[in-house]
Design a protein around this ligand. Sequence first.
Ligand code: FHN
Length: 619
Amino acid sequence: MDIQLILSRRRNFICTIAITALCMVVMLGCAREATKPPSPTLPTGKRIPSKDERMKWWRDARLGMFIHWGIYSVPAGTYKDQQVPGTGEWIMNSAHIPVAEYEQFAKQFNPAKFNAEQWVHIAKNAGIKYIVITSKHHDGFCLWDSKVSNYDIMDATPFKRDILKELSAACKKQGIRLCFYHSIMDWHHPDAQGTFFPNYNDGGRSNPNFAQYAENYMKPQLKELVNNYGPLGVLWFDGEWIPDWTEEQGKDLYKYVMGLQPNIIINNRVGKGRKGMEGLSKDEESAGDFGTPEQQIPPKGLPGVDWETCMTMNDTWGYVSDDNNWKSTEALLRNLVDIASKGGNFLLNVGPTSEGLIPQPSVERLAAMGEWMKANGESIYGTTASPFGMVPWGRCTAKPGKVYLHIFNWPTTGKLEVTGLINKVEKAYLLADNKQAGLAVSQDEDNIVISVPEKAPDTIDTVVVLEIKGKPEVVPQGLLKQAKDGTVILKASNATVHGDTARYESGGGKDNIGFWTDPQDYVTWDFKVTTTGRFNVEITFACSPGSGGSEYSVSVAEQELIGTVRETGSWTEFVSEKLGTVKISKAGVYTLTVKPKTMPRGAVMNLKSITLVPIKETK
Ligand code: FHN
């Protein structure tokens, strides 16, 4: 057989193999295709985007505006010449106003100064990326032209303009995502009323027709909102806690809304997800895309889930004429940074007046926040949580290739120390410095020292950028080392807090474990001992007058020391005291625990540090 033939036969053989292989691949592919779960689609054939696809814009946005607006802005916290306790939007319930009487406020609601373009401009200028407005709050009044009800802006007020339609147009024009808050609880609709109103304080009673309200009123209204004012960014449900609403109904409503707009985002209050203090459902199964802690920032964030803190600028969601307890711009900006450093979003509320104006103190704060965001927004938008634990100088956010150091407490030495970052720092500079003039950096293993200006360029938050290669890598937190002289310094910023109220606090003279109002909460440190021996144990703490007297234990290496908190003058006047001595005979890793034994006056202490000082044994 000549070579040619062999070659040709071989070629044929190879071709046969190749074709067979190709068929195998195709068949395998088909088989895999057949076994691969089909990408979820709706009956309409629309593909449902993945959660990550839906959440991307929201995770990047970080900052939203909450707007609580409705006919409750007419009484504005006053009823029959009396200031009504509670928030403005609850006045119908708080003052037990009968439905027919409350409806009269609709006849007075004529917000002639309302200007949607101006509202959206104020939001955009503040660095806000999305707006969540109350389409319908618990009082049942609808801010849009609903075909399902006459209890709305078009039929029940002299204003007769579709507020949500105007806001939708302004948001589209200025590139801001429009989102709607919608209350499941409804004090006006006869098939929903009575769930909590007017017997709110007796724990509420059920309305036997609630299911009809949900199917024949609430769902059709949601369809109007999604189809006629969308596409929406988020449907933000609320009023879910009532006895007539169940998790099953929440899951059904979640599916219903997703069917209307497959890429929408829905909060956890669509069902019964708001458990515990953090407003986040602990079980994976509950409906909703993100947790909704309210008026508080979870001390350790909510690792592993999406979450958003919603917060008022003063003490009320809906406008109250005499509520002037405004948070400072510093507090609002540092809340934003704190939340972003824990991987969350900040939904900051405004409560417009019955004239249609956002209160001036809110406008001023938003403008000041916008100035900071213009220079530093890169350190907030699209960032992830701090790769470190808590840090004494402020907070930290990150992106691949960059670590943003948010300096609240500016160093007086001109040197900023950062411990724990393994990556080599390629460059450091002030984010607000457009020229990005570099700052001198010295790095020894995971200890970085950055030379910074003597004075803080921005006293609220100066951002120092560390440019690194790749993603930030940090030394595992928690395992602390002995100093060369054998001393062990256990700082509050390195502590592990066990419990939900005690937390690390920094700024304003604080660098401590504080908010220690639950005696069940305790703190621990893990540390490594190589130099053994006897140690003096010192505690550094502060305690305000009237809060002293708590007893606590400090335990390590199976030994326990007992202390009693004395008053030191204030929560930021720290003193150090020797508690006693302990013996550590064997090198290794140890856990030191500080646990309250009694708390007679509402708080334990502000704990700054525990120090183990080696005792030099005399020969
Ligand atoms: O009762 C409402 C309240 O009025 C306000 O709307 C807040 C905002 O999150 N949500 C409920 C209280 O949790």
